[in-house]
Ligand binder design. Structure first.
Ligand code: GLN
Length: 535
């Protein structure tokens, strides 16, 4: 019988449900079990691809090119779960499919309704994932907060799955909040209410993960247990960590979460490989030096906009046994070379992340110039690489008006142009060059040194590319193109000559870096930044 764990959230959003679900996944994996992580987003968008990073944070891309919620990034960093388009379910997808079947005539004669047609489609997708080979436990995170109108059909489907599993093969884990009110008092009432709301729709939580500022006392655990009908040993303190998110599985493990889950689902938990996670945490704790990296982007205001890059930089730091501070700089504020100089003063590296649209571009170009001239280690990701190429074209290759077709379609020198197969595309959703692709690196380059091989695979999400008509002119002026698609047609990476370390890549290495397997470019970028810090 397949095992399912459903993770819901109560009281309010942004409680770190994704990290909680991921931590649980990592704990089960450290017990020798294989997990499949699934995210349900109750919004009507078919995927996250059309949503603004200003509002929703980063869009995570899977190998098969799905544009998903950033929680899949957490799953990827904490677990070995396969993550494909099917692991990200939205209301939009469910309705699209049910309406497609209705139009085809599959429900002929029937009135198509939320229950059972929508709920059946939700269950079908969850069961399909759960039945995959090599999956011991399927962990399904339901986005949003219990009580939201839009999540009701999903919770109804969850209720049915729990019932169909005779309650022995499925668990409900509820992440809730114990707020501190003025005077410092901790309040359990919101948690009591959110459990009540969950029970009203027929789900009795088996496990409570309570977000709380400091570790929860035993008394409070007893109180919550008695009010919510949850066993005392199933109430967990999910207190804030002052360090890195990779400490969260450690907190849960110390309270025995993995053992309780295995016991309740009758799973064997005799294996234990948790030492790997402990080592990640210890390396960070014991690091003495702090490297400082500037990130110049336009979606700086929202903490989650560059989530995978933030985490990958932390992985790079852990690999190099240092801590890291990321100085996030809004490129729109860099309105003059003096401003750029001031904003970047003292940093040991510069990263320019991906992005879309014209806003804030000139500040990015100027920060790339500064990193090139002042020999500051540089990593440009997707848009960051395009910026690197534009800057070089303007300031070194003498193409004064060099630009990207995305920002200035009428520039005399569009060194960045629309990909050929994008020209006739009119629809936005899911139409970029997306997903895993091969690049072939050039021996002797930084990127070749990083990956240690010629054939590499990373994920893409872009519409523009370096204009091949300028390849020769840019190369003649010294810019190094160091990776290409296997057919040689698309330029995948650029490097500055005579520079300590500067690599721009058209793909997104941040989607495949994990704390236990640091992305090669992040490892080498931080190593170069550490060199700079020490000299
Ligand atoms: N806007 C650029 C493009 O579409 C870069 C995209 C990105 O950084 N992900 O090519």
């Amino acid at each position: 019988m397949r095992k399912y764990i459903f993770v819901t959230g109560g009281v309010c959003s942004s409680l770190g449900k994704g990290v909680a679900a991921s931590s649980l996944g990592s704990l089960l994996e450290s017990r020798g079990l294989s997990v499949c992580m699934v995210k349900i987003d109750p919004y009507l968008n078919v995927d996250a691809g059309t949503m603004s990073p200003f509002q929703h944070g980063e869009v995570f891309v899977t190998d098969d090119g799905a544009e998903t919620d950033l929680d899949l990034g957490n799953y990827a960093r904490f677990t070995k779960s396969p993550l494909y388009a099917a692991n990200s379910i939205t209301t939009g997808q469910i309705y699209q499919e049910v309406i497609r079947k209705e139009r085809k005539g599959d429900y002929l004669g029937k009135c198509v309704q939320v229950v059972p047609h929508i709920t059946d489609e939700i269950k079908r997708r969850i069961y399909l994932l759960g039945e995959k080979k090599n999956t011991d436990v399927t962990i399904v995170e339901i986005g949003g907060t219990v009580g939201d109108i839009e999540s009701i059909p999903f919770l109804e489907a969850v209720r049915q799955i729990i019932q169909e599993s005779s309650r022995r093969n499925a668990l409900s884990v509820h992440v809730s909040l114990i707020p501190t009110v003025s005077g410092g008092e901790l309040k359990t009432k919101p948690t009591q209410h959110s459990v009540k709301a969950l029970r009203e729709i027929g789900i009795q939580p088996d496990i409570l993960l309570c977000r709380i500022a400091t570790e929860m006392s035993d008394d409070m655990k007893h109180k919550i247990a008695s009010f919510t009908n949850v066993d005392y040993e199933c109430v967990f303190s999910a207190h804030d960590v002052s360090t890195i998110i990779y400490d969260i599985p450690i907190i849960y493990r110390a309270q025995g979460l993995d053992k309780i889950v295995c016991e309740r689902l009758s799973l064997d938990c005799s294996k234990d490989t948790f030492g790997n996670w402990q080592r990640v945490s210890d390396t960070w704790k014991n690091a003495k030096e702090t490297v400082e990296i500037a990130m110049v982007g336009k979606y700086i205001d929202l903490e989650d906009s560059y989530k995978s890059i933030d985490e990958s930089l932390i992985h790079g730091a852990i690999f190099n046994a240092v801590r890291i501070k990321i100085r996030k700089i809004d490129s729109e504020n860099l309105t003059s070379p003096e401003e750029t100089e001031k904003a970047l003063a003292g940093v040991n590296g510069l990263i320019i992340p991906g992005g879309f649209g014209q806003r804030g571009i000139s500040g990015m170009i100027d920060s790339a110039r500064l990193a090139r001239e002042q020999r500051i280690p540089f990593l440009g990701i997707c848009l960051g690489m395009q910026i690197q190429v534009i800057e070089w074209a303007r300031n070194v290759a003498g193409l004064k008006d060099a630009d990207s077709g995305e920002f200035e379609p009428n520039s005399p020198h569009n060194v960045i142009v629309l990909l050929e197969d994008q020209v006739d595309i009119t629809q936005y959703g899911g139409t970029m060059r997306l997903g895993r692709g091969e690049s072939v690196t050039v021996e002797g380059s930084r990127i070749y040194a990083a990956y240690g091989k010629k054939s590499i695979f990373e994920r893409h999400r872009h519409r523009y590319e370096v204009n091949n008509r300028y390849r020769t002119v840019l190369e003649k002026s010294g810019l190094i193109f160091s990776a290409f698609t296997p057919d040689g047609q698309l330029i995948e990476s650029a490097e500055w000559p005579n520079h300590p370390w500067a690599v721009g890549i058209q793909f997104h290495p941040e989607f495949s870096s994990t704390p236990l397997q640091t992305g090669y470019l992040f490892r080498d970028f931080i190593a170069a930044a550490v060199d700079m810090m020490r000299t």
